[in-house]
Design a protein around this ligand. Sequence first.
Ligand SMILES: *Cc1c(COP(=O)(O)O)cnc(C)c1O
Length: 423
Amino acid sequence: MTLPGHPFLTARDDGLWLEGLPLLELARRFGTPLYAYSRNAMRAAAASYQRALAGRPHLLCYAMKANSSLAVLQTFAEAGCGFDIVSGGELQRVLAAGAPASRIVFSGVGKTHDEMRQALDAGVRCFNVESEPELAALSEVASSLGRRAPMSLRVNPDVDAGTHPYISTGLKANKFGVAHERALSVYRQARELPGIEVVGIDCHIGSQITSASPYLDALDRLLDLVDALAADGIDLRHIDLGGGLGITYTDEEPPSAEDLVRQMLARIDERGHGHREILLEPGRSLVGNAGVLLASVLYLKPGEEKNFCIVDAAMNDLVRPAMYQAWMRIEPCVRRTTQARTWDVVGPVCESGDWLGHDRKLAVEPGDVLAVLSAGAYGMTMASNYNTRPRAAEVMVDGDAVHLIRERESVAQLFAGEKLIAG
Ligand SMILES: *Cc1c(COP(=O)(O)O)cnc(C)c1O
């Protein structure tokens, strides 16, 4: 039986399996905490978008901040994807994974001049510009290299994505993009700048969006602008609708990628823009439900008000619960027949905010392995070394093969760059 939203995770008599391997075996072999990913879940998620986009000019750009491990990037590069990056570090990382620069779009509100230079040198496909001063800086940097930077303006369509405030990005109150009302005048400036080549328009309205309507609203606002720009003699090559499609953590029922994209494309065609290239920048929906975090139970600490199940993974490994009060499903890798009790699943870090799940009904014993589901996105990429905890190892399962894709960090690595003061 597969778990809701997790087509590559199956509950069998002997426990949970990821593709062709039992999670317990992965934990025993590689240790915990451990991130384990399904390569075929990633491929299937990309294919869902690509099926809907087939037959028209498009580029599916994986937003790599969701999970930027090299083997993950490699998997998407091999699937024909492009990449959405937000830093010079991500640029170097994705090039190291073998992605062609011509498939990279560069987003982010705070690109430094140095990052712009690196991206121009590499030959990225497009800069998603988020402000007027950034536009001016990009033109200067490009001109100084004797180049013109391909540019798209990130427009803030002022639609409510109906998601958590920290991951909602398309409202006027957010720091992202240029206000819809300003966009036309910014494009007119851009057209005059020597170092800029106007190529597209983009938006990204938030994350973990679970219905199509905010996308269609944003799309309409964008197409109004594309029409206005065309009337002004600015003909855009591409429309980039960002990312943000949600996944099933608990009982959310987001549209499938294929379904969402079909609805968007129908609207685009209806409004006469079917010839334009479509870019998308999904992150979470490509990797979120492809991954689990495995943790071993260290101690059980029943108390008067709360029972604590203390595990060896913590907020430094997976910060979503602490940071966004995110609910993530937690399942034992092997089911016990003993009585379940209600536990707070917590880590060893010295913070009360260090929890992975509150009030979970679990039958557990010390030494058991728990799986935190939907941990493929914004898990490892947000991991830290708080409490001098080395970051977890990562494995990629592909059928019944497993590849170690990141060695467990060593404590020595953590302070290798630090210096004592002489004298
Ligand atoms: C984070 C981000 C994405 C991806 O968002 P998801 O919710 O992970 O799909 C896409 N585009 C931009 C500009 C982003 O910052």
